[in-house]
Write a protein that binds this ligand. Sequence first.
Ligand code: SAM
Length: 294
Amino acid sequence: MNTSLYIVATPIGNLGDMSSRALEALSHVDVILAEDTRVSSKLLNHFDIHTKLERCDDNVIAAKTPELIERMKGGEVFAFVSDAGTPGISDPGTHLVDKAREANLKIEAIPGPSAVIQALVLSGLGIDTFYFAGFPPRKKQAQIELFSALKYYAAALVFYESPYRVQETLENLAEVFPSRTAVLAREITKLHEEVLRMPLFELAKELKSRESIKGEIVLVVDAPRNEDGTVKNALEMMQELTQSLSPLASLSSEEFIKQKLAEGMKKSQIAKEVSRTFDINRDEAYTMVVGINL
Ligand code: SAM
């Protein structure tokens, strides 16, 4: 069975990252379907590829897909490219793959860069498990709700964000995960590549101190960790979630400590619970506990 559709990843900045398989597919297909033909024609010109281009952005893809599937069945071979990176990852492409699969056509994905993966690699954080959240919602309330739900995931979190909204998004992230380490990876593979790594509240401050921030940005929030630095597992996070849903969770940290002292719990144990429930470090929590008298 011959391939009808190639999903081709393209560079996210450095043209040297174009793979030889990508070049071969783009040179030999009948038509390249592009998210934006102007963006892709620059890339193709650079590599001296003159294959016919057809526009296939999010606005036209659904309407155009039945015709494309018929053409594939008739023997035409297509490649799909988005503006940069891997199609289907916060980019168009998925709908076409879905329908081509339903029609039992052969699809090949030609691997290449994707900003989510490159940012995780650059972060140096524990990336055995991660949750890719794409672009967060724009409104503050919606962001806080999303981040609060993700707080209990035993995984690093990855977000794409625009430079115009990143400051606000970091402030909202810092509200939910003040002490988690975060990474801002900017302009990956480009001339002005920059990677900042620090606790979220500091990262929000660092950005605020800058006049502006430009370029393409990925944010990585570290997975929740135990005191010894190991990443917490799903079961531990489930227990924390259950605890946070208990009536005690609606108390302030001071009320929480008073209640636990009244129950006769040991101060070190209270500090451990305060640290976990209110996401503050254990030493700070212990100082709070010993500072409160009934
Ligand atoms: N499909 C692409 C991929 O595989 O990475 C993502 C497309 S999405 C529309 C564009 C977003 O990806 C940008 O807003 C930014 O968050 C991220 N991004 C793309 N290129 C990047 C780069 N060179 N450095 C940092 N982030 C990048």
